[in-house]
Design a protein around this ligand. Structure first.
Ligand SMILES: NC(=O)c1ccc[n+]([C@@H]2O[C@H](COP(=O)([O-])OP(=O)(O)OC[C@H]3O[C@@H](n4cnc5c(N)ncnc54)[C@H](OP(=O)(O)O)[C@@H]3O)[C@@H](O)[C@H]2O)c1
Length: 340
């Protein structure tokens, strides 16, 4: 089997570290791993398959010098904007985790379980975009249901873990949790979020725009429409919760014709990378503590609306660093290899 030189840009971050783990676990055909980060991390050792590999500084020329064939970017939108075109120009296919290219018309936005055929459009710019973490788990869960009936409208409320804001946000939650019991709640100063996150919920992810929604909420709307190639109505409320890993979503979805809860449950059980946990009589439903470090989307609490026969409700949980970022990126790269 052909093997590839793979660069991970942002290798020292929350998503980058997870990407390196997923590459190993999925037995991705890596000929050589090239971990890249900022100058301050240069020389830091990263463990991969029993070897220690030194992190290199990200530069425009590093992709050509290292013969990189696949570049997984996860170092922030501004870094992708500046360096992803250089990687593509040097001949690598870029899988970009940031929001920078997602809505560009000539860049495919791909969830391999949902729209793998869009990968072919990578040839336009040499770049494939990975959607937002909350969008990925929602569209994976909706795909088997959309195969039964067209979707007219989605209303979703998210409960998003702090790891969605990076490694420093995870540290902030841990530090605040400790501080609550040592110095008292009043002594905590928020840094990463607008408010304290320990013992709190913050209905605010990314910045607000003029219509009262946040950019995170608009990502869920626009990206869902782009991935499904359908102007489905979507309304989202995105909330940061004091959880380290695992985003949860309460989703209400209206179809063009009714789907019974039993029929939906059976379709979801057959869905790709979906696990149904739906036994309320035994208190069994998906929760972040069950889904951490897993590569599937977990669905439960599937029920019909009391008033509207065309609406179903469900509860969807997935590991945001895996399903919502690293695993999706690696699966995109795997599909790209199959296509080429
Ligand atoms: N966390 C999630 O669930 C998630 C999901 C989907 C997408 N994303 C996106 O993925 C990106 C990274 O997120 P994260 O959570 O992994 O953040 P993070 O933990 O803060 O990590 C950021 C990474 O970017 C690197 N970096 C920063 N500035 C750099 C520079 N000038 N040159 C080269 N590398 C630089 C950092 O390297 P140093 O250590 O050297 O500073 C680090 O490796 C963001 O755009 C985020 O929106 C995150």
């Amino acid at each position: 089997m052909r093997e590839y030189v793979v660069a991970v840009v942002g290798a020292t971050g929350a998503v980058g570290a997870e990407m390196i783990r997923v590459l190993k676990e999925q037995k991705f055909p890596v000929k050589r791993l090239v971990p890249l980060a900022s100058e301050k991390s240069a020389g830091r050792q990263i463990e991969y398959g029993g070897d220690e590999i030194a992190v290199k500084t990200l530069t425009h020329s590093v992709f050509g010098e290292e013969g990189v064939e696949i570049a997984l970017f996860s170092a922030g939108g501004a870094i992708s904007a500046e360096f992803a075109p250089s990687a593509a120009k040097a001949g690598a296919v870029v899988v970009d985790n940031t929001s920078h290219f997602r809505m560009d018309e000539d860049i495919p936005l791909v969830v391999p379980e949902v729209n793998p055929e869009d990968i072919r459009l990578w040839k336009n710019r040499g770049i494939i975009a990975n959607p937002n973490c909350s969008t990925i788990q929602m569209v994976i869960a909706l795909k088997p249901l959309r195969d039964l009936q067209a979707i007219e409208r989605i209303d979703v409320a998210t409960y998003q873990a702090v790891s969605g804001a990076g490694a420093s946000a995870m540290n902030e939650l841990m530090e605040q949790n400790k501080a609550v019991f040592t110095f008292g709640y009043d002594q905590i100063e928020p840094k990463k979020f607008a408010h304290k996150i320990a013992l709190n919920l913050i209905p605010h992810i990314d910045s607000f725009v003029d219509n009262g929604f946040t950019k995170e909420e608009l990502k869920m709307i626009n990206e869902t429409q782009k991935i499904f190639h359908d102007k489905i109505e979507v309304a989202a409320t995105c909330v940061r919760v004091p959880i380290l890993r695992g985003h949860s979503e309460a989703i209400s979805v209206r179809f063009s014709k009714p789907i019974g809860a039993g029929e939906a449950r059976e379709a979801l059980k057959k869905g790709e990378h979906i696990v149904v946990i739906d036994n309320p009589d035994k208190n069994e439903y998906p929760m972040p503590i069950l889904t951490s470090e897993k590569d599937e989307v977990f669905v439960g609490r599937i029920r019909e609306d009391i008033y509207d026969k065309r609406t179903l409700h469900m509860w969807v949980v997935a590991d945001n660093l895996r399903v919502g970022a690293a695993t999706n990126a690696v699966r995109i790269a795997q599909k790209w290899i199959e296509e080429n």
